[in-house]
Write a protein that binds this ligand. Structure first.
Ligand code: I3P
Length: 126
């Protein structure tokens, strides 16, 4: 992938804005803070950008380095307990980071759930 958010050859699902909250880091609980983030799924990681590539180009802003989540060994599941919001999925990484992703439109988050799970499962099964 490129740091400006443009799609590279290993991109599986291209960017879309989703609501994201990181709720634990290394097993330690964090204060929840929902933010809208531009999410890109690559074969082995999930990338979170502050802004889409189009906006970076339009605003002539630096894109910034994305946060990357290693999907190897990650567990992806629907959760109704970690948030009062609807349509929430939880991603727990092998190093104990926990993220929630949410979208009001169910088909949107369902598509991401399936794609992220498929990517993580294919990495874990070798
Ligand atoms: C949190 C904020 C979150 C909410 C969270 C609150 O309060 O309202 O939106 O999560 O609930 O603690 P604050 O802004 O004061 O940190 P949801 O929207 O996902 O319910 P929680 O503590 O039950 O996770």
């Amino acid at each position: 992938h490129n740091v400006d958010g443009s799609v590279g050859p290993q991109t599986i699902l291209k960017g879309e804005y989703l609501n994201k909250a990181k709720i634990a880091e290394g097993g330690k609980k964090l204060r929840k803070n929902w933010t809208s983030t531009w999410v890109v799924l690559c074969s082995n990681q999930l990338l979170f950008y502050k802004e889409s590539k189009q906006e970076v180009v339009a605003n002539l802003k630096p894109g910034g380095k994305p946060d990357g989540v290693d999907l190897c060994g990650a567990v992806i599941e629907w959760t109704t307990e970690k948030s009062s919001r609807k349509n929430v999925i939880q991603i727990t990484t092998s190093n104990g980071h926990e993220f929630l992703l949410q979208a009001d439109h169910f088909p949107t988050i369902s598509k991401w759930h399936d794609a992220i799970k498929k990517a993580a499962d294919s990495l874990s099964s070798g």
